[in-house]
Design a protein around this ligand. Structure first.
Ligand SMILES: Nc1nc2c(ncn2[C@@H]2O[C@H](COP(=O)(O)OP(=O)(O)OP(=O)(O)O)[C@@H](O)[C@H]2O)c(=O)[nH]1
Length: 457
């Protein structure tokens, strides 16, 4: 160690030879002291300048210091709301579809509980969609009932268009029920095939109620018209009651070709089944080749048995077999189809009389209903048919079909006025549910477009 120190000193003396005498040493020390003093002075001056600058610019300094703080604390309040709303959503989502709304509001009240870990909770939002609208099935339920009335109204729209559209406007401005207005009304009623006699009855009733001297309002005219029309139809609105002491209740369905017999039977089967009755069908139209298949199709649609034989078989025999089978099985209602025929074909009308005779052997009261099906589009002709069929086989009820496709729906008034036969059903379409028990008030309201009867609910 000593040797090393000696070597360093020797080395220094080699680099600085002037240190070998006393004067040189003093000079060297003086230089070192001078250098140190200058260094100290420089530091003091620098310090003073710094202090002066700070004193003159405090605001700037503050601004300079601020930004450093946020960088340290990563602002916890921001994540808080998310952390809170997330758990809420998680509880709502499983039960309700409405989840998207819930998370937003509760975010405010409680602040600091949940830490940032909760943030990755976007997961609860997706579970909401799966449950969605399936629950809305029940909403469909009321719709058919409501739209059924709408369909009746819509079905009568063609007749209503000619009969009642714009009728109220004729009486605007306090007019009296004068000849011109009565004539206009008469024309409309006749065009709708209400028939001459029924039209007279309706107009007589109207003038009697309202008088011809006092001004009338459209509302009063429509109300009086509705009352008279309903009064004319009401006696014919007799619903078919299929309860009997001995089962089955037998319905013999008759009418001209293409009136809608087979279709009406299909709709009736549906209606009776849906009211809890057991039903059996008899394919008594053995004349038309496709008639048996057509009835079997309706039987399959309604899931009811159909008794049938080959084309050309004896109609009375088929219907007899069906009623016998119905008795054996305790069926509630047997509905028998028959071939279409014109009321002028007396031999075919005799066939219907034979069917009645044969059935009486099984049940003296059978058939319990001879239901005449008439095509509403045939207007006043339907009246002739009804009269002829009634004379030949004793019709006990009428079903009027295809009212949806005609402007001659007024023929019901003629049938009611002339025959006084019960009108059991009206058909307003080809669908299985497009058959409605006849109700006088509803029918008239639908015809006149009253009580919202404009085809829309
Ligand atoms: N638009 C409409 N069509 C109907 C209605 N009822 C029946 N029809 C149609 O009228 C046509 C004839 O109906 P069918 O039931 O075959 O008549 P049918 O009296 O049995 O005929 P035949 O066996 O030939 O005597 C078919 O196209 C039915 O879909 C109804 O209320 N409205």
């Amino acid at each position: 160690m000593m040797i090393q120190v000696r070597e360093w000193l020797a080395q220094i003396l080699v680099w600085m030879p002037w240190l070998r005498d006393e004067q040189g040493v003093l000079l060297g020390l003086g230089a070192v002291v001078l250098a140190l003093l200058s260094l100290v002075a420089a530091l003091v001056l620098r310090r003073r300048r710094t202090v002066r600058r700070r004193a003159s610019q405090p605001a700037a300094l503050e601004r300079e210091t601020e930004p450093s703080e946020p960088a340290v604390s990563p602002e916890p309040p921001a994540p808080e709301p998310k952390a809170e709303s997330a758990p809420e959503a998680a509880t709502v989502a499983p039960s309700e579809v409405v989840a998207p709304v819930a998370p937003v509001e509760p975010a405010r009240p409680k602040p600091a509980q949940a830490p940032v870990e909760q943030a990755p909770e976007p997961a609860p939002a997706p579970p909401a969609p799966p449950a969605p609208t399936v629950v809305e099935v029940p909403v469909e339920q009321p719709a058919p009932r409501v739209s059924w009335l709408g369909r009746v109204r819509a079905g009568l729209s063609k007749t209503r268009a000619g009969l009642a559209d714009g009728l109220g406007a004729l009486f605007l401005g306090g007019k009296r029920l004068d000849d011109a207005l009565l004539e206009e009304l008469e024309t409309r009623l006749l065009m709708a095939d209400v028939g001459l006699d029924a039209t007279r009855r309706i107009l007589d009733g109207l003038t009697e109620r309202l008088g011809r001297k006092e001004p009338v309002t459209p509302e009063a005219v429509m109300a009086a018209l509705a009352d008279d029309m309903t009064a004319l139809l009401a006696p014919s609105a007799q619903p078919l009651d299929v309860t009997t002491a001995t089962k089955p209740f037998v319905i013999l369905v008759v009418g001209i070709n293409g009136a809608g017999k087979t279709t009406t039977i299909g709709k009736l089967a549906h209606r009776f089944k849906s009211t809890g009755h057991s039903v059996m069908l008899a394919a008594g139209d053995t004349f038309r080749a496709a008639a048996v298949e057509q009835l079997q199709t309706w039987g399959a649609r309604n899931d009811v048995p159909v008794v049938a034989q080959h084309t050309g078989a004896d109609s009375a025999s088929v219907i007899y077999d069906a009623v016998a089978a119905g008795q054996a099985r305790g069926v509630d209602v047997v509905i028998a189809d028959t071939a279409g025929r014109l009321h002028t074909q007396s031999n075919l009308m005799q066939e219907l009389a034979k069917i009645k005779r044969v059935l009486a052997k099984l049940d003296p009261d059978a058939p319990h209903e001879v239901l005449l099906v008439v095509d509403g589009g045939t207007g006043q002709n339907a009246l002739n048919q009804a009269q002829q069929f009634h004379q030949a086989v004793g019709v006990t009820g009428v079903a009027i079909t295809k009212l949806d496709g005609t402007a001659k729906g007024g023929m019901l008034f003629a049938i009611a006025e002339k025959l006084g036969l019960p009108i059991r059903f009206i058909g307003i379409g080809e669908g299985i549910e497009d058959l409605q028990p006849f109700a006088a008030g509803d029918f008239v309201d639908a015809l006149l477009g009253r009580n919202g009867s404009d085809g829309q609910d």
